[in-house]
Design a protein around this ligand. Structure first.
Ligand SMILES: [Zn+2]
Length: 212
């Protein structure tokens, strides 16, 4: 029973994490300079409690879950980056956010596979895959296999574990003209259209995912 639920998600996760860089996350990362390798942030319980609000502490450091439909980012459709509330590591791009109808902010991929860690979680009523921040081990939420294409994954996150950084106009226009800085190799992805006439939608497809 447990393996039937958990293994398909692990297979999907493996597919995402083995996708060559630039294919899965190419358009989802704001810039290559954001994709620095994570360095561990280690703090004591007391230090985390001092830095975080009570709700943030109980979710990220005690693996609690915020009530459904209570999170401030549930219906946030602004363009930007969702970073870890504990260590500010960029985790999810708004372009990977979709309306799951579950009551929690949902994404179909992290900004980069190395930003998150996953592990089986047998503490609930059914086996789940826990998602944590790879830099500070903050509990973020869980990942399920009922998400939209192209990954088929639903990263079900707690708003309180995230901090939204809006995309600024200056940064967006700079992206189009910016020279690749410190890029170790040429970008394999073709150059984007210079004039995106169609506004991009933050929800790739409406999903009828059941409540977890
Ligand atoms: Zn973190």
């Amino acid at each position: 029973m447990r393996s039937r639920v958990v293994f398909p998600i692990l297979i999907l996760l493996a597919a995402v994490t083995t996708t060559p860089a630039g294919a899965a996350d190419g358009d989802l990362a704001t810039s290559k300079s954001d994709l620095t390798s994570p360095k561990k942030v280690i703090k004591t319980e007391r230090e985390w409690a001092k830095q975080l609000t009570q709700a943030q502490f109980y979710v990220t450091r005690r693996k609690s879950t915020e009530p459904a439909f209570s999170g401030k980012y549930l219906r946030n459709h602004a363009l930007g980056m969702y970073v870890c509330v504990c260590c500010d590591q960029p985790l999810f791009n708004s372009r990977a956010k979709f309306e799951s109808g579950t009551g929690w902010p949902s994404f179909w991929t992290p900004v980069s596979p190395d930003r998150i860690q996953t592990a089986p979680d047998f503490h609930g009523t059914e086996p789940r895959i826990e998602v944590t921040c790879s830099r500070c081990d903050a509990h973020l939420g869980h990942v399920f296999d009922d998400g939209p294409p192209p990954t088929g994954l639903r990263f079900c996150m707690n708003s309180v574990a995230l901090k939204f950084v809006p995309e600024t106009k200056g940064k967006a226009s700079a992206k189009a003209t910016a020279k690749p800085s410190r890029s170790p190799k040429p970008d394999p992805a073709p150059a984007p259209e210079p004039d995106p006439s169609t506004p991009s939608s933050s929800s790739p497809s409406p999903s009828s995912s059941p409540t977890p």
